[in-house]
Design a protein around this ligand. Structure first.
Ligand code: SIN
Length: 320
């Protein structure tokens, strides 16, 4: 008698990095006085049903409050993503992450992975110990995206909304729906476990996939300096003077409006550029992009926020 065909194995791998989603507070009433990155990722999966036909695998990559995110963790995370994405039976990845630097990690992974499978970051605004934690639903929604037919690219799922890893930005300090996608708008929504997409999955980053090249790289030092009322060139001058073991290789200028700079900061930045420092202007505005002008003497980062422009410049300086 012929054997019945075995059902196809479909795995979703959940990589834990910490954050409020894994946070613990002394009281279930406390949504702010907790310690992030305490609960293991396997424990976060307890009680959450996997999407139909999917087997879950949990792996702890790091356990941090994402304000302390480091290049070492990024390198390890990229390496684990490369490993798991190469497994034929892995249909997608979920990454649990703190909300505070989630957009930087998402943009980094988008820039180096260009995955043909979904890589879905998720998070929570309330700790795991809260009376009504938001993490379990976010995790379940992220799994739905990771297992969805046709999904690909780096995305973020929070509060039932799917954002692209390029456009995502944290816009609220407390609300559960703390993220927005600016002018681009969300990619879609997760409703009762079903994905409703309203625009295309994220485009592949032009120069990806470069994950393996950044795994051992020594990251160049790139600092962010903000232009504001009463700004001066003092910080730029001090950074250049500091030199030392890790001299500044790049500067992101968090510019006003359409990329404008206080004249004193601009003078110092032009001097830095003449001395070989890579300088990029990124707008302080939450929405919109810098529209270039023919007489611009300092490059602009388009629609990238200062923190994402910093990731882009570091990768550029690494030759990635
Ligand atoms: C963190 O970013 O790790 C803490 C804050 C949060 O996840 O909301």
């Amino acid at each position: 008698m012929a054997n019945a065909p075995l059902p196809e194995l479909r795995r979703v791998v959940v990589l834990g990095t910490g954050g409020t989603i894994a946070g613990r507070a002394a009281s279930s009433e406390d949504n702010i006085g907790y310690t992030a990155g305490q609960v293991g990722v396997s424990d976060l999966l307890g009680g959450i049903e996997a999407p139909e036909g999917v087997t879950l695998v949990a792996e702890q990559v790091a356990q941090v409050d994402s304000k302390d995110m480091s290049f070492d963790i990024w390198q390890k995370l990229a390496q684990r993503c490369v490993h798991w994405l190469a497994q034929p039976d892995v249909v997608g990845l979920v990454i649990t992450h703190g909300t505070d630097t989630l957009e930087e990690t998402a943009f980094f992974l988008h820039s180096v992975l260009a995955p043909t499978k979904p890589v879905v970051l998720t998070c929570a605004m309330r700790p795991a110990t809260a009376l009504a934690p938001d993490g379990p639903q976010n995790l379940r929604d992220a799994m739905a995206v990771a297992a969805a037919d046709g999904a690909y690219g780096v995305t973020v799922v929070c509060a039932g909304t799917i954002h692209s890893g390029v456009d995502i930005q944290k816009v609220h300090t407390y609300r559960l729906d703390a993220f927005a996608s600016g002018d681009a708008g969300p990619i879609g929504y997760v409703e009762e476990g079903a994905v409703r997409r309203v625009r295309a999955w994220p485009e592949r980053a032009a120069k990806a996939s470069k994950a393996l090249e950044v795994l051992t790289a020594q990251w160049p030092r790139v600092e962010i300096v903000m232009s504001h009322a009463g700004a001066s060139g003092a910080i730029v001058d001090a950074l250049l003077l500091a030199g030392g073991a890790e001299p500044v290789r790049g500067l992101i200028l968090a510019a006003t409006g359409n990329g404008t700079l206080h004249h004193a900061l601009e003078t110092a930045a032009l001097k830095a550029q003449d001395e070989g420092v890579a300088v990029l202007r990124a707008t302080r505005c939450a929405n919109g992009r810098i529209l270039p002008r023919p007489d611009d003497r300092l490059r602009d980062a388009g629609a990238l926020t200062p923190v994402k422009a910093r990731v882009a410049l570091m990768l550029e300086l690494l030759g990635v």
